[in-house]
Design a protein around this ligand. Structure first.
Ligand code: AMP
Ligand code: ZN
Ligand code: FE
Ligand code: FE
Length: 268
């Protein structure tokens, strides 16, 4: 059976994913996934080069991004889809994130150094660096046994080397996505704090949609978010949040949207 499946949430080596855009496309093809959106954290560096490779492989790839943002002190991930790659709002926001990350990474490394963990900026490998790259360096250099341990002991919120750094608001993020003609989606809502009034205030922001299908959602959770989407008149998205080896349970293609939903998100 050749059911249409579009995985709208995957990360590449341009952020903290394990595979290059070309490798993601090859894996999508192998898994029978017809369409992808590569949604790197705070960068759109995979575009537009990726389109050529996608065309050769007969896999559809559509523009996407996943921004880190803050709403009332809580970290909220916002997915942007179907924006123009010729716009200037999203590139400007990506640049702000690059600067924010550089400063924050430095502060995290200082905290680690104060605890005799000697990692320097040159030890971090990647395009847009963050805590996952620091965690990888910690494993490689033998300071912790696993990626997970780097977070639970040092890098997770409230732990010994945690630094919040500058934040960029959810409203500004949605505005930047809209500024380049895109659609803003609330990402993995099941990971947000379970505070009803806070969620209601967050959902009063001008989102266009919500990620209702996600890697290992329990079914009843999907229904809850689908109901919210209907109530708000929002579009629906879904994807695996595939990262490769650092998140082995999120298999590419494990969550997806059908052709009708894909066409709504990307106006095709
Ligand atoms: P950053 O964008 O630099 O703040 O890093 C955020 C990323 O780190 C998330 O997207 C996750 O992939 C990863 N991460 C955050 N918290 C944890 C955790 N407790 N365990 C494992 N990975 C985590
Ligand atoms: Zn990630
Ligand atoms: Fe996320
Ligand atoms: Fe993600």
């Amino acid at each position: 059976m050749n059911t249409f499946r579009a995985d709208l949430h995957v990360h590449s080596t341009f952020s903290d994913g394990g595979l290059t855009p070309s490798e993601l496309i090859a894996l999508a093809k192998e898994r029978g996934v017809q369409a992808l959106s590569i949604t790197d954290h705070d960068t759109i560096a995979a575009y537009p080069e990726v389109f050529e490779r996608a065309q050769e492989a007969h896999v559809m790839v559509k523009p996407g991004v996943e921004f880190s943002s803050a709403f009332e002190g809580v970290n909220v991930h916002i997915l942007g889809y179907n924006f123009s790659l010729k716009g200037s709002s999203i590139p400007a926001l990506c640049l702000r994130h690059r600067n924010r990350r550089e400063q924050r990474n430095r502060a995290i490394l200082e905290k680690l150094q104060a605890q005799n963990i000697q990692i320097e900026e040159k030890d971090l490998k990647g395009n847009l660096l963050g805590r996952p790259h620091i965690a990888q360096a910690m494993v490689k250099m033998g300071y912790v046994r696993t990626f997970k341990e780097a977070f639970t002991r040092y890098l997770a919120e409230g732990k010994r080397a945690y630094v919040q750094g500058e934040t960029i608001s959810a409203q500004e993020t949605i505005d930047a996505i809209h500024g380049d003609g895109g659609k803003a989606f609330l990402a993995h809502p099941h990971l947000l704090p379970k505070r009803k009034l806070w969620l209601r205030r967050l959902c009063a922001l001008p989102f266009d949609g919500i990620e209702c299908y996600y890697a290992h959602f329990p079914l009843d959770s999907e229904e809850k978010w689908l109901e919210l989407a209907q109530e708000k008149g929002w579009l629906v998205s879904g994807g695996s949040d595939f990262h490769g080896e650092t998140k082995p349970s999120n298999r590419l293609g494990s969550s997806w949207v059908n052709e009708a939903t894909f066409n709504q998100v990307f106006d095709t």
